[in-house]
Design a protein around this ligand. Sequence first.
Ligand code: SF4
Length: 468
Amino acid sequence: MVMAESFWIETLGCPKNQVDSDKIAGSLLSDGMRRAGEAKDADLVVVNTCAFVESAREESVDVILGLSEQVKQGMSGEQGISGGQRLVVTGCMAERYGSELAEALPEVDAVMGFGIPVNISKGNIKRDRVPKMDLLNMARPKSELPWAYVKIAEGCDRSCGYCAIPQFRGPQRSRSSEVICDEVESLQVREAVLIAQDLAAYGRDASVRNNTREALRDSVRSGKTSSSRPIISLINEVAKRVDWVRLLYLYPADLTDELVEAILATGVPYFDLSLQHVSRPLLRRMRRWGDGDRFLSRIQHIRRQAPDAVFRSNFIVGYPGETEEDQEQLLEFIDAAQLDWCAFFAFSSEEGTYAADLSNHVPASLIAERLAELREAQDAITESHRRQLLGEHVRVLVDAPGIARSHREAPEIDGIIHVPAHLPVGEFAEVEVIGSVGPDLEARSVDAGSASAQSVSVQSAKARHAHG
Ligand code: SF4
């Protein structure tokens, strides 16, 4: 019997890339391939790269070179990459620097933009880029975890000064609500984490607008009202299919009362706001909306409606022209807003962006100082919020033996809750928080007959971050 060819996928970067990798895996499995146990044993090794900032690109190249070495060693020099095995590079970096990458890395058999052709498994690959293939609506395997990311749109129609994503991911293309709901059902998860470059803008592009107009006509004919914004209808539909719906990457201008209500109605009051800064002039240089006062009043408004609402945000530090006063404003905001989770990133000048040509670049040493100042302030806030949960009873979803999350923790990004190992994976449980270390919590079961906590070790989750 001939053994099916095997594949290994290495994923770098953000959750959006993870979804793409799932889809590539789904395509390869349906093409008759099987997963390899290790990269060195795989017939096909795919590296799904990230090109977000310089450090992500460096990491991608290191991983490609490392895997190429492993593959060579795994084959004991008999076949190697130039023999029966193939090394394929895909993802953002391949899309953005395709031909340069192919030239610079002779170890690689093919550099391909988003998606790889189905016949990749037949060994029919050339050292070329291939035309784009949209992974958005491809099938993916059932999730191995009780939660999964679900990508609802690809690309972005905004033009934030620092961001190169619209250049290589293209304009926004929203998936239809029906296709998204089918995918959510097929994943068989308890929690769906909805992602997109600009999540709240879901459905603003033409394809879904037409569907929405159709839906509007239907509702007028039937006399039933329907929501005005596609994202609201989508949240409601997904919420019928899973226990928890979580939304990542909300542009602050789109956080309307209607959207806040829809999020609160899901029972997961988690708000991931993509704020980036709070200084009004700096935000305008970033070509973004808002300022600290507006953000603060929105956050306070939500907290009045839902005192257990949780907030996450990310900020760019050292954008060209950033002054000491801007930094002070951001520090004051961090103190006033008391966000639960924050990530701070150093500005990275990206080729072809508006910001790359701006003057007054901030020296790297000053950016490092400002980052340290902000992280120190936020770490203290996060730790204090976590300590305040001591003695609280919280509902958690058990992700793995001994590891769970409540509505306060997004998977892979925020802290975790260590729970007794006997709690069944994929189920909800009520636990009591009995300890906190940094961003992580320790909890014991409060189910009848199991009041004693098992001893669990608490490790830092500080390394678990994602950009957005
Ligand atoms: S930062 Fe986000 S919203 Fe702005 S252009 Fe980039 S992907 Fe779009």
